[in-house]
Design a protein around this ligand. Structure first.
Ligand code: ARG
Length: 248
């Protein structure tokens, strides 16, 4: 299976052991899957995984005395990988949706999110509000809520890419009129690049909540993840990471 290869190729071992070492989890390394082209949630920096999600899942599992390995996978391969047992956890800015809940189990929400619209600055007068992009050629990442929402707005007039940065590039190349993608990721992209050629339209298309996914029947792991999430919220680690990556 192609996924297995990707897994081998892009696995980064992260030891989550501190001084704590709990007996039941110590012998297992939990495989985490993530699509690492989604800064500031997950991206590859100096050849290593970085971002809010990456730090958070390591911290969460550390409270449970567990070690994780972070694997870079295609976003639309994450749920199939959970179902096949190739990975144990998907930590990838994944929105909790009813459709996905039929296939995997989600943790308690860990981030409030929403979709926004990015257009070329030159089109600022043409597209004043998010409603103005209905029916236009839209770019989005394959398998995401952005892709689904873009489809509802423009039907077949949607171009799908393996990741957000490729969709942004297509917008710059005038291959589409707008990109529909997650708000913090779009804002980070614009701020980081200091890109004056693109602008985020005011408002957002919806509100979404992000969760950590595990295989549907894995109640034990789901409990570990939820307990760990609660623990990092209580011990201040969640707030520290939130400030580190979102700056407020
Ligand atoms: N929140 C969106 C969704 O769940 C996009 C997530 C994309 N994540 C990523 N790491 N590329 O569909």
């Amino acid at each position: 299976m192609q996924l297995k290869q990707t897994l081998k190729f892009a696995a980064f071992a992260v030891s989550a052991f501190g001084m704590v070492c709990s007996a039941q989890a110590a012998d297992k390394v939990y495989q985490v899957g993530s699509n690492m082209a989604f800064a500031p949630f997950e991206f590859v920096e100096d050849g290593k995984p970085a971002g809010f999600d990456m730090d958070l899942i390591v911290a969460i599992m550390k409270t449970q005395g567990a070690e994780v390995q972070l694997n870079n996978l295609p976003f639309d391969g994450l749920i199939p990988a959970l179902q096949a047992g190739t990975i144990d956890i998907a930590m990838s800015g994944m929105t909790i949706t009813e459709e996905r809940k039929k296939r995997v189990s989600f943790s308690e929400p860990y981030y409030d999110n929403g979709l926004v619209v990015l257009v070329r600055a030159a089109d600022k007068d043409k597209f004043k509000s998010i409603d103005d992009i209905k029916g236009k050629t839209l770019c989005a990442q394959i398998g995401t809520t952005g892709a689904i929402t873009a489809g509802k707005m423009s039907g077949k007039n949607v171009k799908l890419f393996n990741n957000g940065p490729e969709a942004f590039m297509e917008l710059n190349n005038k291959g589409c009129d707008a990109v529909v993608h997650d708000k913090p990721v779009v804002n980070y992209y614009v701020a980081k690049r200091g890109d004056k050629d693109v602008v985020v339209l005011p408002g957002q298309l919806n509100s979404e909540q992000t969760g950590i996914a595990v295989a549907k029947d894995n109640k034990e792991l789901l409990k570990m993840v939820n307990d760990g999430l609660k623990a990092v919220k209580e011990n201040g680690e969640y707030d520290r990471l939130y400030k580190k990556w979102f700056g407020q």
